[in-house]
Every structure is written in structure tokens, then in C-alpha cells.
Ligand binder design. Sequence first.
Ligand code: TXA
Ligand code: MG
Length: 310
Amino acid sequence: MKNNLSNIKKAIKYLNNNHCVAIPTETVYGLAANAYSNRATKKIFKLKRRPKNNPLIVHYDSLEKLMNDCEVNELFFKLFKKFSPGPISYVLRLKKNSKISKNVTNGKKTLAVRFPSHGITRNLLKKINYPLAAPSANISNRISPVTAQDVFDELGNKVKYILEGGKCKIGLESTIVNLTDKPNILRLGGIPKNKISKFFNSKEDLTKKSKVITPGMGKSHYSPNIPIRLNISKPKKNEAFLLIQKKNKKGKNYFYLSKNRNLAEVGKNLYKTLRNIKKKGFASIAVEKIPNHGIGETINDRLIRAAKKL
Ligand code: TXA
Ligand code: MG
């Protein structure tokens, strides 16, 4: 992308002055602020209309910097080596002398951390001496943005600067793995569940946990605010129809997430397509059945939440 460096410099100027800046990642765009600053992190909650009790993920470019803030162990290093940088977040114990703002953790003793692989944001992180707290850059409970334009459509001029980084490659949020207890998955995401299970050599369902400790994973989420019906083979008249493979029948209401059942492509196109459908004014959405394996499990998780009434 042209002019990367001058854009990164501009973003840093705003961040250094305790403003929020939208940043591209391989999963979705984030609304970033200095994680060590109370003033800056407070603005994230206001801008997104996010409840204060919902903690933020903090983004780093190196283990050295992370170790200022979190306790780490062998298991974490192994996971890190396998999956980071990339679409995975780890919940770790916060160090007593960490400078992370209490707004980020809501006063809790744990911290969710992530190492994004997007080149522009990695460059930015390398140039600053504080990590970035960044939730997805949408109004709370709505669909995450996967382009700079989506961020603008969500937040408008309220965000001081949007760092352009193209369309997000994965298009679904990171997988969240809790390492503060017996390891478990708190949120399905960009790394498919079967890959994590394989890593842990686990036959158990790693998403099953009695205690829900992820406040932001309410049942209704990622919602375009339009009724959604899942596993549909025939849409109603004038209903938007999301497809994952080529059909003979055509219609203005047909939207292809993929033409050949490529699930990575379906994931990448999902949020953008839901946004487009909303813009076009459809009153309801039908979705073709999506295979529930690999990244398909994450896609179905998001669709089920999006289909729940607010
Ligand atoms: O891909 C992603 O993870 C994106 C990009 C921008 O990095 N970020 C993202 O953040 O999806 P957000 O805030 O939209 O979702 C973070 C989720 C929330 O459900 C929150 O409750 C949970 O992570 N979370 C954050 N800190 C936590 C902690 N210490 N313990 C448990 N859950 C935590
Ligand atoms: Mg979010």
C-alpha cells in the first residue's frame, strides 16, 4: 500500500496524544489506544458505546514487550510459536507491576493479548513503546468492520484517524484461548477449533466450560439488525440469499460468499456481505447451510449469534 510510512507516522501522532485510531489487522479492524493510558482507553469505551465491564484485548509486536505486563509459561511459548503472529488471543495473568490501565481489564487480574500479523500494524507497534488496547472498531454488538470504509460507516468522524490497510484477510475475529486455568477456548475465531484441539491433543470439547468469563460473548452479537434464517435451501421472495456455491438460478437477491464452497473465502466475505445487504435495504436474510468443520465452525458461531434477536 502506498504511503504506508507517512500514514503510520500520522497514526502514531494521534496515539501519542491519547486519541483513538482505527488499525487494520488480519482478522478485523480494531479501535486502538495506548493501553497504558487511562485517558486514551476511556475514549474507546465511549466511542464504541461499550459497557465498562467488558475488557479489551491488548496488541503487541514482541514477547519482550508482553513480558512487562503478563506472566508467561512454557505452554504459552509453545502456542505462541505455533500460532502467533496470527488470529489468536491468549488470556494470561497480569503482572503486579504492569502499567496496563485498569480500564482495559476492568480491574481484573487477567489480560487478553494478541500479536497481529498484518504488516502495517506490526510496523506501527514496533515504533511505539506502549502496547495497543483494541476492540473491534464497531459500535458494541454490531458487525465488525473489515475495511476502512466499514469503520467510517460505523464510527464516522468520531474516530480521529483510520489507518488504511486494505480488506482484512481472515474477516473473522481472533480465537480466544484462556491459559489462566485448565486451557479452554473462550471464543471461536480465525484459528479453527480443530487446530487448537490437535495442539492440545484433546478429545474433550475445549469450548465447554461451566463459567463464562468472556463478558463480550453475549448470545446476541455481530448483528446486522435484520432477521436471519440459517440452513436454508430456498429463500422467500425478495429475501437476501447468501450462497457458498454456484447455482443455476440467478437473482438480484443472490449474494455469493464463495462460488466453490471455499470456507476461508466465505469467512473473509461474510461481514462485508451482511453490511451490503443491510445497505441495500433487504428486510430479511436466508443463509445456505455451511459445513460445520474447520473455519466453518467459527462462521456458524457468528451466524447463530447474528440470528439471535437483540
Ligand atoms: O480479532 C480480534 O480479536 C479483534 C482485533 C481488533 O484484534 N478484536 C476483538 O476485540 O475482537 P473485541 O473487544 O471485539 O472482543 C474481545 C473479546 C470480548 O468478548 C471480551 O469480553 C473478551 O475478548 N476479553 C477481553 N479480555 C478478556 C479477559 N481478560 N478474559 C476473558 N475475556 C476477555
Ligand atoms: Mg467486537
